[in-house]
Design a protein around this ligand. Structure first.
Ligand code: 6PG
Length: 259
């Protein structure tokens, strides 16, 4: 679902999409930190953000603008694997970015999947986020939430039909994802919506039909979990997509939407 005031920016290709995302990150992090604040960001998992993290850490024009020591890093979700497992979302961000730019260790808040089970990891992260929330009130949890979207409309690890989709009391849940045959730990809709700015990164022709369905949805629907994410208190929602992902979008989807 898309509302007036939302932004849909269509990049010519995945590389330009990553540059658009890096520009948002660098600008907003320096704006907040520039006035002495601490910038909090929830990182996206999956493969799409790989290019973004690599660019932020590797391109001087971006790296030099990011106030790395004034950012606290969180994750929107995690696979139930050890932190240095090839599938780990923490590992992706740590290897491509965090290990290269001098972020203080106590500013990196990973989901502790080494705990006895996924539920314990979720409970521990719930505590972490509640500790984060207290001093930030009334500001939302995150200054920026980065999210991907699967071709089934999932985001973070909120998959269609999963138990955590409906939670209204938790910030973090662990649930079984049937289609993956594994547990996932994920921030809930309310936690991901507690953001000054939510930015979806969507690339590739395989996402085109779902992106059209999500943007065209008359109302948020659990069938397309990405459509449930709506920043609270007037926060901004931005879709950074490439032309392949946007190939089925038509002007009506974008009426009144800033590019
Ligand atoms: C994850 C992500 C997930 C991802 C989408 C898109 O842990 O996998 O949180 O929501 O963003 O599945 O994945 P790709 O970027 O690999 O297409």
């Amino acid at each position: 679902m898309i509302l007036a005031g939302d932004t849909v920016r269509i990049a010519k290709d995945a590389e330009e999409l990553m540059r658009d995302a890096a520009e948002v990150f660098a600008t907003e992090a320096s704006d907040v930190a520039g006035v002495g604040g601490l910038f909090t960001v929830a990182l996206a998992g999956g493969s799409t953000p790989h290019g973004l993290y690599t660019l932020l850490a590797g391109e001087p024009a971006f790296r030099a603008r990011v106030p790395w020591t004034r950012i606290h890093f969180f994750w929107g979700d995690e696979r139930h694997v050890p932190p240095h497992h090839p599938e780990s979302n923490y590992r992706l961000a740590h290897e491509t970015m965090l290990s290269r730019v001098g972020v203080p260790e106590d500013h990196i808040h990973r989901i502790r999947t080494e705990l006895p089970d996924a539920a314990a990891a979720a409970d521990a992260y719930e505590e972490t986020l509640r500790e984060l929330a207290a001093p930030r009130r009334p500001r939302p949890l995150f200054d920026l939430v980065l999210l991907g979207m699967g071709s089934d409309g999932h985001t973070a690890s909120l998959f269609p039909g999963t138990a955590g989709l409906r939670s209204t009391t938790r910030l973090v849940v662990a649930h079984w994802v049937e289609r993956l045959g594994s547990h996932r730990i994920t921030l809930t809709v309310s936690a991901l919506s507690s953001a000054v700015h939510v930015v979806f990164l969507v690339s590739g022709v395989d996402k085109a039909a779902t992106l059209r369905d999500v943007l065209m949805a008359e109302a948020p629907t659990e069938a397309l979990p990405a459509s449930l994410i709506r920043p609270i208190r007037g926060g901004r929602l931005t879709w950074l997509v490439d032309q392949d992902a946007a190939r089925l979008l038509e002007p009506p989807h974008l009426r009144g939407i800033s590019p």
